[in-house]
Design a protein. Sequence first.
Length: 422
Amino acid sequence: MTTTTFCTSRDQIAGLGVSELAARFGTPLYVYDIETMYQRVSELSSFDVIRYAQKACSNLAILDRLRRRGVVVDAVSAGEIRRALAAGFGADPSRHEIVYTADIFDVESLELVCKHALQVNCGSPDMITQLGEVRPGADVTLRINPGFGHGHSQKTNTGGEQSKHGIWHSQIDECLRRADQTGITVTGLHMHIGSGTDLEHLSEVCEAMERAALEVGRTLKTISAGGGLPVPYKSDESYVDLERYFELWDASRNRLSERFGHRLNLEIEPGRFLAAESGHLIAEVRSVKRMGDNLFVLVDAGFNDLARPVMYGAYHPISVAGCGGSAADRESVDVVVGGPLCESGDIFTQREGGYVDTRHLPAPRVGDFLVLENAGAYGFVMSSNYNSKQRAAEVMIEDGEAKLIRERETFDDLVRGEHIPD
Ligand code: LLP
């Protein structure tokens, strides 16, 4: 079991100075170390296909670089389909470089799926019928809800009766009948039970997949283990034993392949695992103030930039980059870290339910930078313009060089499309 140690002081990201990055690109700033993503890709290479769940971090440059490493993508909306196309995926539809996974079609996504002959992973029986009306004879994948799920938060659990996701496991037969009506063939099965889960829950999926696959039968060519692989956010957390995880899935795949008389492809669909640890959010300390017993450190990034703490009580490691010298020798103090938004919930150190926690950090001073770590997955992509904040810039570090991959939003971006009628 691998555990990780997080330091509370850091001056560099992938060899480049935090203060220099902040001076050059401004703050708040997302910085991704692309090498970390490549490392994670290589750790999953036993799977036949790595399908990146781009919802975790969908900047075009990141998508492009992953594509060049042989990774394909999942798209959950028309916008994500367009991003994938813009990043060069989809040239050869037979490779299923883009799979549209959702529980509904909206008008635009159905149009795009047809126009580019994309594979669809149907999360509702209605999708089968709707696709059949416009693309009779298509191949589809079914996303099955196996009746159980698990995530780091109830909000990221995507299985069981309380989840809106997927086709209920006992409805497979009905779906096959629906598919028959328009000549649709079910060539793939997919199960994703939640995000940030653990090996115990993940491994239950293999058995459920085998049962479902036997119901569908030999038209199947692909099974997908979904995403959900956790990454450590705290020092006492660890990675899933990937070898063991692969072995479990490989054994299921082999049993099914033998039964069907042809080899099934085994896919994995990670988002967090590929993106989380590559990303860092740099924010500048703008005020250090005492409120009774609590010392508040207020930075220029808020939940408009990184929503995970306010949304799930998610823990992100935080480190201090001292302005004008390392913070490593400073005495450590307990602080509450908050942002600039006009809302009391704008706190990065909170537990689920909104309870404020403290963090033991080398005493931060105004002008220092805080680095919110492991922010690459569900960080920038969940950012918003709340309080009329402009979204942060994004930078990718590649070959030791910092490259701007998204400009900081401007005021014009903020009000684009707004009209004041006469
Ligand atoms: N596949 C499907 C169909 C999914 O719905 C998801 C995540 C993934 C793959 C990737 O899951 P991952 O490998 O990243 O666990 N905003 C939340 C996470 C929501 C995940 C939604 N679906 C968070 O910040 O924790």
